[in-house]
Design a protein around this ligand. Structure first.
Ligand SMILES: Nc1ccn([C@@H]2O[C@H](COP(=O)(O)OP(=O)(O)OP(=O)(O)O)[C@@H](O)[C@H]2O)c(=O)n1
Length: 394
């Protein structure tokens, strides 16, 4: 079997493989790039694995950087690009359920493929595109099946994050989970407690944005893996609800997290802080979740639309139609667009205007500005300095 390496990213990296081979070692493209190329999907980055030890890789190339040398990875710099070249290694015998701090390097490709998580991720390709498939990954790729390499208990015991990767790949690739692999997740789910929240969150977000979110969520529920995700231990009903929504693909993490927060019914801040999400995402989801309960009845009042802001409202509306497919968002959007101002900075009256008019800085001034803002948003006073000065009676 051949993989098509005509993609420019592969083409640029082929000389790296050849240089390593010319020095008497083996070198292959491995991991997601081979899987995705065989599936006809876009390639994000190419990973290279080799029988050469890190010091040997450094001896072959003029310019290298030690990016993760304790894990066997050396970055080779070539024509302005960097290529991660990782020595074949094994990972067995580690007891902390996370990726090991030190690894054992080996010379055999097959041993390196054996320590990889899923058969479709354990394919290797030579510089001419010949695929080396020691664990029937090609059959699984063809049948769209995600199967652990070897014993699932071993793979999940070495790195418990792989259970989240399984549900993420299920959703991202639209693959079915092979039954023994699913059983392995059920049996090992509590090990997820050893994994850093950020890494769980990254896989979970990718699950939510995948083409088959429902399948990924269903496995998360059926295997009890959700119990070990932050804030989700008691959220089975909410996850069932999410899994039952129409399966249109979500494009935006903020939309996905808004759905999570409103369905789980948790305070946005506590929920998203526990998931270690960024302040930007928390602000957007807070705005979207705040306006969510008002979207159902009549058009929300001016102030509610204004405080949701353009982004908050867009995210809320995008999320809302996933739960209420018949909802017509046009009137709400039109009401927002008709507001006299949309952002804090657009108010024609400022603190300095008030000082010039003789007001002292302080609480009363803050209240005056707030009253002016509310009046403009409500449409009762024009957004001009004079009208607003008169309104606040300075
Ligand atoms: N916990 C992990 C992470 C990675 N891998 C192996 O390392 C490869 C590269 O990992 P990564 O870049 O994280 O993921 P990809 O499979 O390349 O997928 P994607 O780029 O879509 O994340 C994987 O294919 C797999 O062979 C693994 O066995 N266990």
């Amino acid at each position: 079997m051949q993989v098509d390496l005509s993609n420019p990213q592969f083409q640029a990296a082929v000389p790296i493989l050849r240089r390593i081979e010319d020095a008497g070692f083996e070198a292959y493209f491995v991991g997601g790039c081979v899987r995705d190329a065989l599936l006809g999907l876009p390639i994000h980055d190419v990973d290279i694995a080799t029988s050469a030890y890190p010091a040997e890789v450094k001896g072959i190339f003029r310019r290298t950087v030690d990016t993760g040398i304790q894990h066997g990875t050396v970055t080779v710099l070539d024509h302005g690009a960097g290529y991660e070249v990782t020595t074949f290694r094994t990972e067995s015998g580690y007891q902390d359920f996370r990726r090991p701090d030190s690894v054992q390097f080996v010379r055999s490709l097959k041993e390196d493929q054996l320590r990889r998580d899923f058969t479709v991720n354990a394919l290797a390709a030579r510089h001419d595109g010949t695929v080396i498939d020691n664990f029937d990954g090609l059959t699984d790729l063809h049948n769209h099946v995600l199967r652990a390499v070897g014993r699932p208990d071993d793979r999940f015991g070495e790195d418990a994050l792989r259970m989240m990767r399984a549900v993420r790949f299920q959703s991202q690739l639209g693959f079915a989970l092979e039954p023994a692999t699913a059983q392995g997740i059920s049996d090992n789910a509590p090990l997820l407690q050893h994994i850093a929240v950020e890494r769980i969150a990254s896989e979970f977000t990718r699950l939510l944005l995948g083409i088959d979110r429902r399948a990924g969520l269903q496995t998360l529920i059926d295997t009890d893996l959700y119990r070990y995700c932050p804030q989700l231990a008691d959220a089975r009903a909410a996850l069932n609800h999410l899994a039952a929504l129409p399966d249109t693909q979500l494009q935006d993490p903020a939309v996905a997290w808004t759905l999570m927060v409103v369905l789980v019914g948790a305070p946005v801040n506590r929920f998203l802080r526990a998931w270690k999400q960024s302040n930007d995402l928390i602000a957007t989801v807070s705005a979207a979740a705040a306006i969510w309960p008002l979207l159902g009845d009549t058009i929300p009042d001016h102030w509610a639309l204004y405080t949701a802001g353009r982004t908050g409202l867009r995210i809320a509306l995008e999320a809302y139609v996933h739960v209420h497919p018949d909802f017509n968002s046009t009137p709400v959007q039109a009401a927002y667009d008709a507001l006299a101002i949309h952002d804090k900075g657009e108010l024609a009256l400022t603190g300095s205007d008030l000082i010039q008019a003789g007001m002292q800085p302080g609480r009363a001034m803050g209240q005056a500005l707030r009253r002016a803002e509310e009046a403009v948003v409500a449409g009762s006073v024009p957004n001009t300095k004079n009208a607003l000065l008169a309104y606040v009676r300075v």
